[in-house]
Write a protein that binds this ligand. Sequence first.
Ligand SMILES: O=C(O)CCC(=O)C(=O)O
Ligand SMILES: [Fe+2]
Length: 334
Amino acid sequence: MRARFEEKITHRTVAALRARGHAVIDDFLLDVDANAFRDELERLSMSRDEANGRRYVRSNRTQFGDRGRHSKPNVYECDMHDEETVGETRGSEAYATTWRFFDATASGMANAFVRVAPEMRLRTGNLSRTVKLQVNEGGGACFPWHFDNPSAPSNRALTCILYLNPEWKRGDGGEIRFQPFCGVATTVAPRHNRLVIFWSDRTLHRVMPFHGTRRYAVTVWLDGDFVDERTGVSTNVCELNLSTREALDDIAATAKKLAASNIQRALSRAVYADEYEASLVECMGNAPGAMEMLESHYEHCREVKKNKALKALVDALREYRREVEANGLEVNVP
Ligand SMILES: O=C(O)CCC(=O)C(=O)O
Ligand SMILES: [Fe+2]
């Protein structure tokens, strides 16, 4: 495997990130590497470790509010940092590309960004990135709207997802969809050898229901050099550092400011309440945890509305986003 991160991650990548909140790089790996990587993921997703017979890929378990961890139906993951899970594959030729990619991301990926955009303050080195292998097994498998870095003290700064799906075609679903704060949505197809990059703490995104056979994705999360302790899921206006009266005076300017900031995380659920709800229902169906996740979402929205100033701000933002959506065109990256 020849990782050519520095060739592929360029000033254009960073310009797209700054302009739209996400960037797309096609042909990220050499064809031969992408194809080998895909074959290995397929093998891994079918295999079990010899010691205890467990599948290497397991149910995705996501922390949801303070209500524990729940699994998304038909979504399976392998944490490459979990020594027990991956121990048997580390030295195996059958997974050579997977592990070369993992090793190459240790500092190579962050270094490529640092070279073109040092101001992003990404950390480099083995402990500053996380890698996850993921397979969605059709049947409508999807992810609800979320942020990858939902609150402090997470250091996750940048999410980089490599899709490995040579047979993906329109109609299969499984696209990643971005909702910029009070902007128009963009949908990106999970095409083979495509890398999609976005800010982990200010990019609301979800995965659309997937109806093909298997959808493979490898996610690399790169850590940043600082954590914003102040922000997160708090519904306390003071903690948000927002003067709601000033914010209401020019709602377009406020929306723009929030779109560029991770403070949007505290308002996102209330501003996009119906979308969050619909995506949770779509993703979880009747699976265990579905009701708890919905209840936690409603509770958060109720908390926001309890605060008069915050409610006024949310109402104004909701009205503003509808206006933007009515006048803008969604983007589709096929
Ligand atoms: O599979 C994808 O396209 C994105 C998955 C995702 O959002 C996540 O793992 O946080
Ligand atoms: Fe995500």
